[in-house]
Design a protein around this ligand. Structure first.
Ligand code: TRP
Length: 451
């Protein structure tokens, strides 16, 4: 296979890639979504299934996706085009690249709205709005935010502007510079939060909720949600990791990077759980509160603990940073596609992709107020978009990535990219050929019965 150079630049080192991919992986998924879906799905058993999905499906597909990206060194669409041609495979495989670009665009449209909540909460908490607040006041404040489309829209607009600003600056000056600053800061802030949770006196209640499996609380949908989340949290199945992989220097070890990224991401999710659930239990709150979980529970704690304004503001700042470094990876595939196939400059591509995403985001903004009663399959616009992308498009994308890497791509190519025919390689090859596709397939089947 011919060696290609990326048209958009390269990471300065293997570590820069690991940092950037970790920045992509660690986001609202870890700190907002993981705790609330764990709460909704009963805790321990759900966490166990999620961890299994990370190990059996997530890591092998992560390695596959980085590898396809580095082999293709183009936007996901052109990467698949090249790889299909070189493998003389069915041209329909190209749609895999399209699926990714579309999924990223769809996800960012609602991701940005939720990131907007976090920005609003940074200012709300910092202003002392929740000092001494009780559950009713905090809930009313959250409902008030959701009921104001103009406020949601303003934050959504600001967050999209921030995202496109970084993406417009390009691989090194934009993406890499941003994550170098944000990731270490984020980790320190989270450690402070876990430290606080340990001081609540009910830390072990949180630990038990997260790690004591009670399988009677696990439904077929829970298993689908756990698997969908494994893809979502690792940024897999839509070309984000593929495009980041396409900027990876040739001499870097892909497998090692995959383990680091998945490990760091899982660590952050579990830390977020350990930081949040003790506070939930210490205040007699409800773990199954849904998407509002961290917004209706944490402010109560922040409003009533010493230095709560400071910790609270730090926490939401952290959430915004985490969301920011993820958002850039959601739109990068679409931007590279516009640059490569439509002859646009990076800036033009950013304006177009950003504008389209912003427009679609208005649907999510309205789904919490004016359109709250408009339901498709019993779901609001936001819920439907979340379900379609996280639980269907990502696992489907991941399934096809595994099949392509395991069955279509020649063994010679994958062997060379992954450093030769050693035990680790064989284990990976077996997993992407049989284990991961089967796992995704079985979970899909189970959930069709449930739906
Ligand atoms: N992984 C990020 C999070 O957990 C979200 C994200 C970024 C993502 N890029 C992605 C999800 C690509 C799916 C696909 O918040």
């Amino acid at each position: 296979m011919a060696k290609r150079q990326s048209l958009h630049g390269e990471w300065s080192s293997r570590w820069a890639f690991i940092l950037a991919a970790t920045g992509s992986a660690v986001g609202l998924g870890n700190i907002w979504k993981f705790p609330y879906i764990t709460g909704e799905n009963g805790g321990g058993a759900f966490v166990l299934v999620y961890l299994l999905c990370i190990a059996l499906v997530g890591i092998p597909i992560m390695i596959a996706e980085i590898m396809l990206g580095r082999l293709g060194r183009r936007s996901p669409i052109n990467t698949m085009r090249h790889l299909v041609r070189e493998a003389r495979a069915n041209p329909r495989w190209q749609y895999l690249g399209w699926l990714g670009v579309v999924a990223g665009f769809l996800i960012l449209s609602y991701y940005s709205v939720i990131a907007g909540w976090a920005m609003a909460y940074f200012f709300r908490v910092a202003s002392g709005m929740f000092d001494g607040a009780d559950a009713d006041q905090v809930t009313a404040a959250f409902d008030g935010l959701l009921a104001s489309p103009e406020v949601l829209l303003a934050w959504h607009t600001i967050f999209m502007l921030m995202t496109m600003l970084v993406v417009a600056r390009g691989v090194r000056a934009g993406l890499e510079a941003a994550v170098r600053l944000l990731m270490p800061l984020l980790f320190v802030l989270l450690a402070v939060m876990v430290g606080y949770a340990m001081s609540t006196g009910v830390f072990m209640d949180g630990v038990r909720f997260l790690f004591e499996p009670d399988f009677s609380r696990l439904s077929g949908t829970s298993v689908l949600v756990a698997m969908g989340h494994a893809f979502f949290t690792l940024s897999l199945g839509m070309g984000a990791i593929m495009i980041y992989g396409s900027y990876l220097p040739q001499n870097a070890s892909i497998a090692q990077a995959g383990f680091w990224i998945a490990g760091a991401d899982t660590l952050v999710a579990l830390m977020a759980g350990l930081a949040i659930f003790p506070i939930v239990f210490a205040n007699g709150l409800e773990p199954g509160a849904g998407p509002g979980l961290i917004f209706v529970t944490l402010p109560i704690a922040f409003g009533n603990m010493p230095a709560g304004t400071l910790f609270g503001a730090l926490f939401f700042l952290l959430l915004v940073f985490a969301a920011w470094s993820s958002a850039i990876s959601l739109i990068e595939p679409a931007v590279t596609h516009l640059v490569e196939d439509h002859g646009q400059s990076r800036i033009q591509a950013c304006v177009k992709a950003g504008l389209a995403t912003w427009l679609l985001g208005i649907g999510t903004v309205l789904s919490f107020n004016w359109w709250a009663d408009i339901k498709v399959f019993g779901k609001t616009f936001f819920d439907a978009l979340d379900f379609l992308t996280a639980n269907i498009m990502l696992p489907l994308g991941g399934l096809f990535i595994a099949i392509f890497a395991g069955w279509v791509l020649s063994r010679r190519d994958s062997e060379r990219e992954l450093g030769g025919d050693h035990l680790g390689y064989r284990l990976w090859h077996f997993t992407v050929r049989y284990v991961s596709p089967l796992a995704v397939f079985v979970v899909f089947l189970r959930s069709i019965e449930v739906i």
